[in-house]
Design a binder for this molecule. Sequence first.
Ligand code: SF4
Length: 513
Amino acid sequence: MKNISKFKCFGIGNIHLRSEQQTVSDKILLTADRTLMSDYHHNEFIGFGTCAPPNVIPDWLYKFLFFPPIKTKDGIPIAAPYGLRKIEAQLLSEGFDVLTVDPDHIGKHINEAKVLGVQVMDPFGAGPASSTLAAVLKKEPFLAQYFRILMEKPEIKRAKKHGLKIIVGGSGVWQFRYRPKFVEEHGIDCIVDGEAEKVIGKLVRAALNNEELPKYYEVGVKEAPSLSEIPEIVAPSINGLIEIGRGCCRGCKFCSVTLRPLRWYPYEKILKEIEVNKKDGYANNACLHAEDVMLYGSKNTIPNDEKLLKLHELAVEKCDGVGWSHCSLATVAAKPKLFSEVGEIIKEKQPWWGAEIGIETGSPELAKKIMPAKAHPFKAEEWPEIVRTGMGLMHDNKLIPACTLIVGSPEETEQDLIKTIELMDDLKDVRSLIVPLFFVPMGRLKDEEWFKETQITELHQELLIKCLKHDFYWIDNLIDLSFAGKWYSRLIRPFYRLFVEIIRYKVKKAGIK
Ligand code: SF4
């Protein structure tokens, strides 16, 4: 599939706007689909289940296990996705009347609203994880189904007829470029691509004034907010997730994050958001979010010992538990002592913690081509060794990584695949999940071809099977760790085990040993 954008990108100067702050009486509703408005039994790992299509167990049971509805009070969710909370805080700071609502209770509020803001992460299941699973199971992933269900709600359609404006934002908006028909049919007025703090108020004001909105608004690098322009959230975020910084300096070709400037939040800002999540008792833990948490406070790819340690001391003092969204193997391998010290601080309150990790390939040649700086401060040629060292350190220090491998990237050769397969052999004793993902054209590779299941070779198959076996080997241990110490563990754990057993049986039946 080629880039088939039919949308014209506008600058903010193309629409007539009032720039001064104003208080408006019209309500702005914010929401997200069911798969995003869940706290996944307080476990972010489980949220990955939303990428799968309907499968071996009934849909209602799958929903209960992987994305149960978040608790609500009068239709208002007790926590919401972090990105939505940031937009809520920004609009409130500009004087708008904003309400974040649960998707199943939107009908109660939509008649008062003039603008509906919707956050998306993977609206059509075109992201790497969901498109891979959809290609294998040949069905629409849950997260795409539920986005469609949200946009087809009769109450939204009715409100649309009465002039409701719909603005969509979030990390998955790039997918709308491939779905212009959906955009038209569902009356989406504006799609905002990028960090929206500096532009969302202007767009909402234009919507309230019935001015024409740009169909696709790409936030330029110059419009990226500085630290002081990023407001703190005012209500709890799902699973206590809070940003500690934005941007990444590694420049991997397949990634869009890389185009954003690197900024780290000061401690005070981070602690204030932890307080917001703790208030009213929603989350006494924090999931620190950055593209590489190990780089907190640094200006390059070398971790800053003092800042990283202090951040964790402060966070652990305030919370009952601390997790990470992402970190890199290179920073862990570069500073093993620091990594272990940070781990000790985290483990004062919990036995283990998790993070998402990009391995992507076991081939130094391919690493050099598609992610030349991922290995910094080491050389790209050393990538497989960095992976082995970093993963070993994670295993020893009880960080459980959920890792990704890219399958079918442009320029991938048989030799590259063989090296990745060999790397998988070396990682078999590392407690982890390793998920192969079909290449999706994003970042600087956005004009390349998608990888399709019809292009799978025997080597690809061998790699996929290795990953499957690796994950089957570790999954029971990971389920036990995920629910250890939780009061509902004995009730819910058997369902996950049953699910895994059914998948094992199906895989065996398909002749994969
Ligand atoms: S290290 Fe991660 S966030 Fe940074 S550019 Fe590479 S893939 Fe993107």
